[in-house]
Design a binder for this molecule. Sequence first.
Ligand code: 1CP
Length: 343
Amino acid sequence: MTNKTLLRALAGETLSPPPVWIMRQAGRYLPEYKATRAEAGDFLSLCYTPDLAAEVTLQPIRRYGFDAAILFADILLVPQALGADLWFVTGEGPRLSTITTQADFDALKPASDVHETLSPVYETVRILARELPSETTLIGFAGAPWTVATYMIAGQGTPDQGPAHALKAENRALFEALLDRITEATILYLSAQVEAGAEVVKIFDSWAGSLEGDDFRRYAVEPAARITKALKDKHPGLPVIAFPRGAGEKYEGLHAAIGADCIAIDDGVTADWAAKHVQPGGCVQGNLPNHLLVTGGQELVAETRKVVEALSGGPHIFNLGHGITPDADPENVHLMLNAIRGG
Ligand code: 1CP
């Protein structure tokens, strides 16, 4: 049996305490992250310099002993590998060249070209596979096609994904061709991460919550199912975590619909609800509200215990409902870990 608790939970084991890691665990709330990022100069150089990307991936493992490390990269590297321009505006966020016409789409590269840009990421994975402690699981990841498309169409983050919904309404063929291109690229990208040493992959669909009715099935569930099947066909036994953020009641039945081993949930549903409606399908990851790592105190301890307790009857990976924020106090992560691990 493996000593990697995250892999055991993904295989369906109920563990007490549950394995734990947190989204954005390598990030700006950590002084050592800020120092390495300054050394890299800018965010994209950090992503594309394997030694430095591996270093920031390892920092939260050294500090906290999380049960999993997540490769340091970004979901927007795939658009860049497909030929989109990508840059980050300090204090604002990502900017990309937009895809709104057939001509914009025709100028993109074929999916098979993505390795040219993304090969430094595979080198980061190889370094991590060598350097991580033997009990720590290495998670690779990519954005889900819908979420990646929302950035490619709008050229930036948007509160309601308006431009992507508009393209879907106005030129569905073009919208679907873009989703297909991203899906093919994502399969190749994740498969290369697995070949380099990633033991699990996670698909981040951060904006799945704005897809309604049949759109949720067609543009969140189906692309994730296609990616999952292609990866499992090529890498039998590979565990997959799907994170359609904001799915609400649609989380029910998603293990089977996507074919994923684990469904990650945000804090828009309660852990009690997830125990009844999602955990019967398989492992659940989540879902402490991330603002509690800013505010801390007894509320953090009590809410952490509540999540652990609610999901203790089945396979569970403890995590947040969304990424830890730059204003979180690193000491609060210790408080949370003590509450989980019984300190
Ligand atoms: O200033 C900085 O240092 C950059 C902040 C930052 C970080 C730390 C960005 C820019 N990306 C990342 C790393 C990152 N992004 C990881 C690394 C692993 C880890 O979790 O520790 C991961 C998994 C992501 C995934 C990601 N990037 C998502 C999906 C998850 C989520 O948070 O919903 C999304 C939507 C992005 C886009 C992105 N990248 C960065 C920012 C600020 C954003 C959000 C843009 C927006 O819509 O406002």
